[in-house]
Design a protein around this ligand. Sequence first.
Ligand code: SF4
Length: 293
Amino acid sequence: MGGPGTPASKSARRSAVTSSKTATAPKAPKAPKAPKIPKGESHLALVRRARRINRELAEVYPYAHPELDFRNPFELLVATVLSAQTTDLRVNQTTPALFAAYPTPEDMAAANPEEMEELIRPTGFFRAKTKSLLGLSAALRDDFGGEVPGRLEDLVKLPGVGRKTANVVLGNAFGVPGITVDTHFGRLVRRWKWTDEEDPVKVEAVIADIFPKSEWTMLSHRVIFHGRRICHARKPACGACPIAPLCPSYGEGETDPEKAAKLLKYEMGGYPGQRLSPPPDFPGKPAPALGAV
Ligand code: SF4
């Protein structure tokens, strides 16, 4: 059986990472072996398998990180609100002009709505997003002294801010562990049979029970990275998936290694992922320039 340390899985991992960076089809890769996961898996076995998947993902994506550009909690909060129904790359292309025009909550709260709509139009749903940004900026100005609060219960009271956005901000701007149950995270944990819950709040509770708090933020990044790069919603690239031996849904997508490798075309920004202005301590190395993949 091809465990994660076997040549088969290492080869799959290598081909997955290489392909996601260069989109070059690997040479005659071997298909990952189908998993052998017992139907009546005990909770303990599930926890062990889940943690092993997390360790595997940590090897595959050592540079997993939030893919939105931000320099402070306010920018991350705004960027996360804008990221609904669009790509992080699109948000990163949009926010420099937005933050130049409105660098603080006070500036943003006083913005002309039509002007803000024009600035954020490329992210879609720009009228609703403008309303949210004006509302949350005003709330920050009036209720929190112009600062983004570092507590979940305060964040979720802000207009347009749900648990997902709050956890992104807590985990990445405040260092408070948080599980981000976005569309990728929910889809993958259900494919892995960690849970069959659909409600993000329930999913979050189940995952919180499987992993120690110290893993929550990075686990979220890794799972989302995997969902964006390999375990796609419509056509997962199972044949190029480094955790196939641990996945009960292996075969839901393309299992032919060469065809699967062609599905890996995610890296779109100037760095691994979609960041265009990463901070100086950014862990990734430059990836192919935009348009090169
Ligand atoms: S469904 Fe396929 S691509 Fe997704 S984790 Fe399982 S084996 Fe990998």
